[in-house]
Write a protein that binds this ligand. Structure first.
Ligand code: FAD
Length: 404
């Protein structure tokens, strides 16, 4: 009767080793170069596609792993290699998750494989929800979607910002408002296919970290898309709008549904960064000598490493719990997905900073990777819901009170 187990299956162990080797041999050696170039690492995405990591089959296999842990293990290993490059490989997944969470089975079958393309013709996708005046406050979104009944088309207008892969992607999933008077309940998600007129890239941002991942504005100027590119279909949207107008509870919102599905995976990414920095610091502390002995022999250093290891393991357990719950249909009663992202994100920032401290002057230079890892880690308290918003979500869930 010992059902509880944290043992990985043989398939999971094989996959973990495969991704670890790809990270160690391909991603890690390229990390410094692409961080400095601040460009999407196309050759590495292509290589990931050729070996089958950047592929709809691999991603689907990990998402539908019975335990829920497959995707968590994959994220941790790739982000252990380098966060910027790994985000370029995994960025399409955010758009694919939006389609999977909100689309009909036909839409999922049509759009998701097309978003990855093939090794000979690699494609990218972007998920665009945030706007200059609508970051945490998703309900303030101004991008409009209007339906043209005569031509069975949707017409999108507005400006999205901070979109990972925005403008360079082939496919864009756009969250837009159909009825602004309904706030988030008046929003829906739309798929903009490659080459659609009116969609252009605005400013490309120069960033603090994850610099190998492209982040940009996406401008939508009279973008016409087929009626069938409304995720979930017209009937479902009309029903939802009617219920919202009647003031009834209308169920999960498009962008929220995406975030619920992706939060533990984002936590797993942060675990990968933290583990990478911890390993560098542990190795360094064993060989760096001051006062005639390795610095690890000082409790001041060894205790830091003990705390780093403990918090990384705790983060992983929270991530795995949330992923297991999501996969096994367990209801999140205390915002377990948010807990995992919040704790892992803040742990990554803290652990990478401790790693710099352990490496001293070397840690502060770009000769050693922990400086980059610290810059990369910081995004984990900001995107996919800031730390403050995660606390708000958890506090509301445990209290049943509308805390502001
Ligand atoms: C590198 C990068 C990649 C990104 N990728 C994407 C992407 O692919 N797609 C996408 O749609 N978006 C993306 N984002 C946007 C990201 O999700 C937002 O930046 C994030 O949601 C925060 O919004 P904001 O920047 O407008 O901050 P704001 O919402 O303006 O928040 C500013 C500060 O106020 C705090 N705050 C706000 N409201 C409250 C409150 N009620 N209570 C307490 N504190 C509060 C916040 O926690 C934060 O500390 C990305 C951002 C970056 C930087």
């Amino acid at each position: 009767m010992a059902e509880f187990s944290l043992d990985l299956t043989e398939d999971q162990i094989t996959m973990q080793k495969w991704l670890h080797d790809f990270s160690a041999e391909v991603i890690r050696p390229a990390a410094h170069e692409w961080d400095e170039r601040e460009e999407t690492p196309w050759p590495i995405i292509k290589q990931a596609s050729e070996v089958g990591i950047y592929s709809v089959d691999f991603m689907a296999q990990q998402w539908f792993d019975d335990t829920g842990l497959g995707m968590m293990i994959a994220q941790e290993e790739l982000f252990w290699g380098d966060a910027g490059i790994a985000l370029s490989i995994m960025g399409t997944g955010l758009a694919a998750a939006a389609v999977s969470a909100n689309g009909t089975p036909e839409q999922i079958g049509e759009f998701v494989p097309a978003m990855y393309g093939t090794p000979d013709d690699v494609k990218l996708a972007a998920f665009c929800s945030s706007e200059p005046d609508a970051g945490s406050d998703v309900g303030a979104m101004k991008t409009r979607a209007a339906y043209d009944e005569a031509n069975d088309e949707w017409i999108l207008n507005g400006t999205k910002t901070w979109a990972t892969n925005g403008g360079i992607a082939d496919w864009h999933v756009i969250v837009a408002t159909v009825d602004p008077s309904l706030g988030t309940r008046g929003q829906a998600s739309f798929v903009v296919p490659p080459g659609t007129k009116g969609l252009t890239q605005g400013q490309k941002f120069k960033k603090h970290g994850i610099r190998a991942s492209h982040t940009a504005e996406v401008v939508l100027d009279d973008v016409h898309i087929p009626g069938g590119n409304l995720l979930g279909g017209r009937e479902k949207l009309d029903g939802r709008l009617t219920r919202a107008r009647e003031g009834l509870k209308s169920g999960v919102q498009p962008s929220m549904a995406t975030f619920e599905r992706t939060r533990p995976t984002v936590g797993a990414q942060a675990v990968g960064i933290a583990r990478a920095a911890y390993e560098v610091a542990l190795d360094y502390a064993k060989v760096r000598e001051q006062f005639g002995r390795p610095i690890i022999e000082n409790q001041g250093i060894a205790f830091k490493l003990a705390d780093m290891k403990m918090k990384i393991d705790a983060s992983r357990l929270l991530v795995w719990r949330a992923a297991w719950m999501a996969r096994n249909g367990k209801e999140f009663t205390a915002a377990e997905g948010s807990q995992s992202k919040l704790f892992a994100g803040e742990t990554a920032v803290w652990v990478t900073e401790q790693a710099i401290q352990i490496l001293g002057g070397n840690g502060y230079t770009r000769e050693y990777p922990v400086e980059r890892m610290h810059r990369d880690a910081k995004i984990y308290t900001i995107f996919e819901g800031t730390s403050e918003i995660q606390r708000l979500v958890i506090a509301r869930a445990i209290s049943g009170t509308y805390i502001r």
